[in-house]
Design a protein around this ligand. Structure first.
Ligand code: PRT
Ligand code: MG
Length: 214
């Protein structure tokens, strides 16, 4: 493939990437929310987009099936970042990775050094590091979505999840009790592609860099 393939997930990352693509002179020819196409063309014949699950973006770029992509810091930590060059924090799809518990749960007591807590999360690596640093023993339960349900039905004491407005926590009578890290999405580039296709990729990286909002 002599052109550029960019991996994006639908939803918030796609929406917030459109202005960055525009700054690079790239306009998609289909809307992934309306079309069922997984490969979307653009106004530039040498540039195409592939629509992937958010957590799969680093994998497509790592193996060079996409030359570049946009992925959340949460996803990149879980993936590990092998084979990926991460030149830019795009400051989009911002949120916080938090520990949350049912309202009224005594988290201070449950998270004293030496105590043991059951935590459900999709973000196993980040959660393990967070509780290890606090000296808290953690039984991690891996989930793939709707973490908010776990403490409500007794699967776990707490969850580690992303929070943006806080509406989902409030609707389920949960509260954030600890911030683990700020999250935003980053541009990731296949390291080998950057060497071989630098004349195609560098202008896109530069245009994105110029369009990042503080
Ligand atoms: O949906 P899918 O299972 O395919 O994957 P995904 O949920 O990881 O993808 P997507 O597109 O929803 O999110 C892509 C990226 O957006 C994530 O990897 C994050 O980096 C970033 N992001 C920013 C968020 C949020 N904000 C966010 N609020 N990702 C998920 N959420 C979820 C959160 O998990 C919780 O269920 O939204 C809910 C909380 O939102 P509030 O507004 O109610 O607090
Ligand atoms: Mg989602």
């Amino acid at each position: 493939m002599s052109g550029i393939t960019i991996a994006l997930s639908k939803g918030r990352i796609f929406e917030e990437t459109l202005p960055l693509l525009a700054a690079a002179g790239i306009t998609p020819t289909d809307d992934p929310e309306k079309s069922r196409k997984l490969i979307i063309g653009t106004n530039r014949p040498e540039v195409r987009l592939v629509i992937v699950r958010a957590s799969d973006t680093p994998t497509y770029v790592q193996y060079g099936a996409a030359d570049m992509g946009i992925a959340g810091r949460d996803v990149l930590i879980e993936h590990g970042g092998a084979g990926l060059y991460q030149p830019l924090d795009l400051n989009i799809a911002r949120c916080r990775l938090c520990v949350a518990v049912p309202e009224g749960f005594d988290y201070a007591a449950a998270s004293r050094p030496g105590s043991r807590i059951r935590v459900a999360t999709k973000y196993v690596k980040s959660a393990r590091e967070h509780f290890a640093a606090k000296g808290v023993h953690v039984d991690l339960i891996k989930l793939y979505g709707s973490m908010e349900l776990a403490p409500l039905v007794g699967l776990s004491d707490a969850i580690v999840d992303l929070v943006s407005t806080g509406n989902t926590l409030r609707a389920n009578h949960l509260e954030a009790v600890e911030d683990i890290m700020d999250i935003s999405s980053r541009l990731v580039v296949n390291q080998a592609a950057l060497k071989v296709k630098r004349e195609l990729l560098q202008p896109v990286i530069d245009a994105f860099a110029g369009a990042v909002k503080p």
